[in-house]
Design a protein around this ligand. Structure first.
Ligand code: ATP
Ligand code: MG
Length: 180
């Protein structure tokens, strides 16, 4: 499994639709300060279901929508699509290529899709949950995160291990059932 491409439109500083192609191996994103490198990483986390505005370096979720510049008005929605090569079948879905999309409108409504079919956040989370991607992912390691693991409480450390062991998915299903 590897990431194939990421298309960003109306997300943070990316007003124009922008597609990044990834080859297997290492990709480096370089550019001056403030040019949008971290926004690319934010877009990756966001399309995989990130729910925390703070993790995305914003105050509220709407802050991910392009807010406009001096020369360009704000946009009404943010859209990100991530295409993953699944020819090794790591993702539990019968497609050799999987595209996950997420859209957020200014009124707060949001949509997910898997291979262009409407999906729920839960579907995206389950698709990714045994891969180390997705909710509480430890694939994107931000500054200060290593400290979080080292200094975590016993409970939090247990959650890291449960996520890695693929147990979180079942916990989430249980919580959902109990709520009903
Ligand atoms: P550094 O090298 O300093 O880490 P960077 O390349 O990682 O910089 P980012 O943090 O990705 O830069 O981008 C910051 C830019 O994104 C800022 O100019 C900020 O104004 C812009 N930005 C963030 N959110 C939005 C938004 N919703 N609408 C428009 N621009 C935004
Ligand atoms: Mg940065």
């Amino acid at each position: 499994m590897h990431l194939k491409s990421l298309t960003i439109k109306g997300f943070k500083s990316f007003a124009e639709p922008t597609t990044l192609q990834f080859e297997p191996g290492v990709t480096c994103v370089v550019g001056p300060n403030g040019s949008g490198k971290s926004n690319v990483v934010d877009a990756l986390a966001w399309v995989m279901g990130e729910q925390g505005a703070k993790s995305l370096r914003g105050g509220s979720m709407e802050d991910v929508i392009f807010a406009g510049t001096q020369s360009r008005g704000p946009l009404g929605r943010a859209e990100v699509s991530l295409t993953i090569d699944n020819s090794d079948g790591v993702l539990p879905i019968d497609y050799s290529e999987v595209t996950i999309s997420r859209t957020l409108f200014r009124n707060g409504s949001s949509e997910y899709a898997i291979n262009r079919e409407s999906a729920r956040l839960l579907d995206v989370q389950e698709l990714l949950s045994d891969t180390g991607l997705g909710r509480e992912m430890h694939v994107i390691v931000g500054q200060g995160q290593l400290d979080r693991v080292l200094y975590a409480s016993a409970d939090d450390r247990r959650r890291f291990i449960e996520e890695a062991a693929g147990i979180t998915k079942h916990r989430r299903r249980k919580e959902k059932t109990v709520r009903k």
